[in-house]
Write a protein that binds this ligand. Sequence first.
Ligand code: CU
Length: 339
Amino acid sequence: MTRSDSYPFSERSARAFQVFGILGKLHILFLAVLVLSPELLLAQWNATIGAQSDDLGRQALAFLPNEIWIHAGESITWTMAVNEGHTVTFLTSGQIRPPFTVECPGFSAPSASFDGSACVTSGLLFQRDKFTVVFPVAGNFKLVCLVHSDMTGTIHVLDPSQSLPHDQAFYDREAQRESADLLRVEVTGPMNHHHHLENTVIAGHGDTVATGGGSDSFSLMRFSDPEITVHAGDTIEWTNDDPTVAHTITFGPEPQDLVDPSSNVTVDADGARHGVLNSPSDAVHSGFIQAAPQDRTGLAQTPSGVTRFRITFSRPGIYPYICSLHEVLGMKGSVVVLP
Ligand SMILES: [Cu+2]
């Protein structure tokens, strides 16, 4: 490098040092103002979304913690800790809950401020994504995930003249405790007993836990008997035991539409969906297998959910399958059909 090449670099460096010097003095001035007027220092709160086991099968579907008290003007940053997708959403009072694919009409992240007058939502968040919401006015605001209906919380925004009951360290401990409790929820019922009935598989199990701030839920995103062996002509029945989370049973390529069953699926007299596979290269998709949502007094009741899917295997072979919603978490299995 020649001197003429290096000269402009040196000049720029000198200017940079001057700028840093001025910035440094401003920084000290700024700190001095904060020390003299601590109310200017608005707290920035942190919370976590979700927790999971090492094998990703156990998912805590929860805002951790799901109840936080802050002052008007302060903000909360949520950080995603899991591979299952969630949203951070504040709907307006009485707003019809939109699908997560629709989000809040007219709203786009990332800068969000919620005062109750207009809906605010993140997009679908995945591991390490962050979303920050500022709360300029006092009020008690419900926090929801548009993907998981039993994943709610409350943000209490108080006037700055009122004292706050907890500090960030308390919320960090509370988040730890809630996630540990959710991940150690005991799996009961048929999911816990292999071969409770011949030719049956439990497709997911879940529990909902209430706190003062709302609900948290736990889901085991697994098939109870991931490697099951039957004989040609047999029928296997999958049942979703989760109170809210949908699963699918999908053989072959995933269809574009995951919600509805593939066209080769029929409905049995008891409402269960039913497919027939003649070869491991055939495809069949259950559509969402899911419990009906809880009914609410004053609203029309919802029809019973379709929680069961049956497949009759006519020929021998090895038939791998997935849950198209949770394959990324390891929710898959295979059926060995013997002659
Ligand atoms: Cu699933």
